[in-house]
Design a binder for this molecule. Structure first.
Ligand SMILES: Nc1ncnc2c1ncn2[C@@H]1O[C@H](COP(=O)(O)OP(=O)(O)OP(=O)(O)O)[C@@H](O)[C@H]1O
Length: 219
C-alpha cells in the first residue's frame, strides 16, 4: 500500500467540494481521477499533496517522494525564469549553483523530451505544450515514487500526447505509482489501470475495465 485515504471531506464556507472520499492505492497502481468541472478533482490533489488540510478525514502516504505536475493555468506570465531554473526547483534541495550531476539529469530529460534547444530560454517564451514538458521534467528529476498529474495532456498535440503516455507507462512499469486527473477516458490507455470517478463523492472506484462495462451498460 502506498496511499490510504479515509473519509476525506473538504468544505469552503458554503461549498462542499469533497464529501467522504475513501480509496487506497498499492505501489505501482495507475489511477485516473475522473469527474466533471467542479467535481473536486483539484481539491483532492491539493489534499494529497498536503497543500490543503481537509475539513475531516485522514490521509496516509507511505512515501514522501512525490512528483507533482499542477494544472496548466495562467502559465503565460512574464516572470523571468529560464527552463533550467524551473526544472531545478524540482530537486529536493537547491543550492546557489547546481551540481554537474543535477545538470546531467536535467539535460538527459530535456533531450528525451526533445526540448534541449530551449534549455536557456525564458519560460514565458515557450508554447503551452513545451511548458508542459518542462513541468513534467520538473516533476520527474527527484525520482518520485508517487507521481501526481493534474490534467497533464490538455496542452499537448496528439503525437506528443502518445509519447507522454508511453513515458508514463514506462515509469509505471518501473514501479512508479501514478495519479492522473482527467475529464474523461476518451482516447486514454486504460489497460490494467484504475479509475476513481468523483462528483464531490465517490461514484466509482475500481478497475477501468469494469468501469467501462458498467458505463456501456447504462448507455
Ligand atoms: N479555495 C476555494 N474557496 C472556495 N471554493 C473553492 C476553493 N477551491 C475550490 N472551490 C470550489 O470547490 C469546488 C471543486 O473545485 P475543484 O477545483 O476541486 O474542481 P475540479 O474538479 O478540479 O474542476 P475542473 O475540472 O473545472 O478543474 C468548486 O465548486 C470550486 O468552486
Amino acid at each position: 500500500m502506498i496511499a490510504q485515504i479515509n473519509n476525506i471531506s473538504v468544505r469552503f464556507d458554503q461549498i462542499t467540494a469533497l464529501e467522504n472520499i475513501s480509496f487506497s492505492l498499492n505501489k505501482g497502481d495507475f489511477l485516473y481521477v475522473l469527474g466533471p468541472n467542479g467535481a473536486g478533482k483539484s481539491t483532492l490533489i491539493k489534499v494529497l499533496t498536503r497543500s490543503l488540510k481537509p475539513s475531516s478525514g485522514t490521509i496516509m502516504l507511505t512515501t514522501n517522494k512525490l512528483g507533482f505536475l499542477p494544472q496548466m493555468l495562467n502559465r503565460k506570465q512574464n516572470f523571468p525564469i529560464t527552463v533550467i531554473e524551473t526544472i531545478y526547483t524540482g530537486f529536493d534541495k537547491q543550492k546557489l549553483i547546481m551540481s554537474k550531476e543535477e545538470k546531467l539529469i536535467i539535460f538527459k530529460w530535456l533531450e528525451k523530451m526533445g526540448i534541449s534547444h530551449l534549455a536557456k530560454n525564458m519560460m514565458h517564451t515557450l508554447s503551452g505544450g513545451e511548458q508542459q514538458r518542462v513541468y513534467l521534467i520538473r516533476a520527474l528529476v527527484s525520482n518520485p515514487e508517487l507521481l501526481i498529474l493534474d490534467e497533464p495532456t490538455s496542452a499537448l498535440d496528439p503525437d506528443f500526447r502518445k509519447a507522454f503516455h508511453d513515458l508514463l507507462n514506462d515509469l509505471n512499469a518501473k514501479g512508479v505509482t501514478i495519479i492522473f486527473v482527467t475529464h474523461d477516458l476518451h482516447n486514454m490507455d486504460t489497460v490494467n489501470k484504475k479509475v476513481l470517478h468523483i462528483d464531490k463523492n465517490v461514484l466509482y472506484f475500481g478497475l477501468c475495465s469494469n468501469y467501462q462495462k458498467e458505463v456501456s451498460h447504462h448507455v
